[in-house]
Design a protein around this ligand. Structure first.
Ligand code: UD1
Length: 365
């Protein structure tokens, strides 16, 4: 079976790593395409070395742009790649623009699409990722869900039960298989912080960073946090802080470049808590038993809230400081959801082997 899988943005690289390894062990003909949505060393290349990912077979070199421009460019380049590669199935992961563009290009060529991380919903259509999730799931043939709740979301939308496969959380497989290696990182010493005596922070959602007022609230909250805050700054966020000429002088805040995967896992695993607006970090924090404050109105990662590992927090200095105080007092162990383990890529490969014959053969290629 020939599988073409697509990566573009940082969280995609993490999710594809365990799959690429298992596909190679199973002898699948696996073609890896990098759209180029993320292109900086810190946002892309370092993940390939940290995660032992093979070099992409194709690089589309699309880069940044508005949503329509970025998605459109990826669709056009993907269509060409798909016609030339003629895979049996296209595999996409997560919810970024590369995921959406590749799924549309593939489905329109009559090539079946497999979506890994299907069924997550924040029910907030103001998030570009929510639009991506809904559209990709609607046009996918095989839907690999990370949680039982994601399966229910899909069934509520009328997806046929036989298309949905509850396989578990692929990002957690990556975390568990790399956890030991990550402990060798000396990132804490490099930054100069001590185990469990600091918070990690990441913010990059347009709602939080593409507004001078909101960005200032976040920076002020970090400056007033009860522990030092280590803040690896996403390029979008760095650009916004510079554009608004914001005051980032808080001595309490270590603003550093985005980190590679192993350094970030080490930093997160030793933190007292994490403040984020990312999706995946909410889940990684749960598994690493690090309490999380999510500066968003909604989350598609509802299991993290149910487990008591995560709190949604309003964009307000007092609210963020109160949430931080509350989570820092936590001493509970969080229960890890079913199938958030090291067997996810194998479950996916089992389904792909089983379903090979059953996938409708209506390809236009
Ligand atoms: C994307 C995903 C988001 C994911 C995040 C992880 C979408 C809609 N969003 O958001 O879900 O959580 O990646 O990082 O796909 N830039 C660089 N260098 C890079 C990449 C980006 O400088 O290597 C800058 C560019 O100025 C670009 C901006 O960051 O315009 C935003 O990049 P983009 O990929 O469009 O969205 P993200 O905010 O990274």
């Amino acid at each position: 079976m020939k599988i073409l899988s697509v990566v573009g943005a940082r969280p995609n690289f993490v999710k594809i790593a365990p799959l690429a390894k298992t596909f190679s062990e199973r002898g699948f003909n696996h073609v890896l395409v990098h759209t180029g949505q993320h292109y900086d060393y810190e946002m892309s290349k370092v993940f390939f070395s940290d995660l032992d990912l093979p070099e992409p077979d194709r690089h589309l070199g699309v880069g940044s742009g508005t949503h329509a421009v970025q998605t459109g460019k990826i669709m056009a380049a993907m269509e060409k790649a798909l016609l030339e590669e003629a895979p049996d199935i296209t595999l996409v992961v997560g919810d970024v623009n590369s995921t959406l563009a590749a799924a549309i290009a593939s489905a329109k060529l009559g090539l079946p699409v497999a979506h890994v991380e299907a069924g997550y919903r924040s029910f907030d259509m103001r998030m570009p990722e929510e639009i991506n999730r809904v559209v990709v799931d609607r046009i996918s043939h095989l839907l690999f869900s990370p949680t039982e709740n994601a399966v229910l979301n899909l069934m509520n939308e009328g997806v046929k039960r036989e298309s949905i496969h509850f396989v578990g959380n692929i990002m957690i497989e990556a975390l568990l298989t790399n956890r030991e290696k990550a402990q060798k990182s000396n990132i804490l010493e490099k930054i100069g912080v001590k185990k469990k005596r600091y918070c990690v922070a990441t913010v990059h959602r347009p709602h939080n960073v593409e507004s001078k007022k909101n960005m200032q609230i976040i920076l002020d909250a970090f400056s007033q946090a009860p522990l030092p805050v280590v803040f690896p700054v996403h390029p979008r966020t760095r650009e916004a802080i510079a554009r608004y000429n914001l005051d980032t002088a808080g001595a309490n805040v270590y603003m550093i470049k985005p980190l590679g995967y192993l350094d970030f896992v080490r930093l997160l695993s030793q933190a007292a808590c994490v403040i984020t607006d990312s999706g995946g970090i909410q889940e990684e924090a749960l598994v690493l038993q690090v309490p999380c404050v999510t500066v968003r109105e909604t989350t598609e990662r509802v299991e993290t809230i149910k487990a008591g590992a995560n709190r949604l927090c309003a964009l307000d200095i007092e609210a963020i400081l109160t949430c931080l105080k509350n989570v820092l007092e936590n001493n509970k162990e969080f229960e890890i959801p079913l199938f958030w383990d090291e067997g996810v890529s194998k479950r996916i490969a089992d389904v792909l082997e089983r379903e090979e014959i059953a996938i409708p053969g209506y390809s236009m290629i």
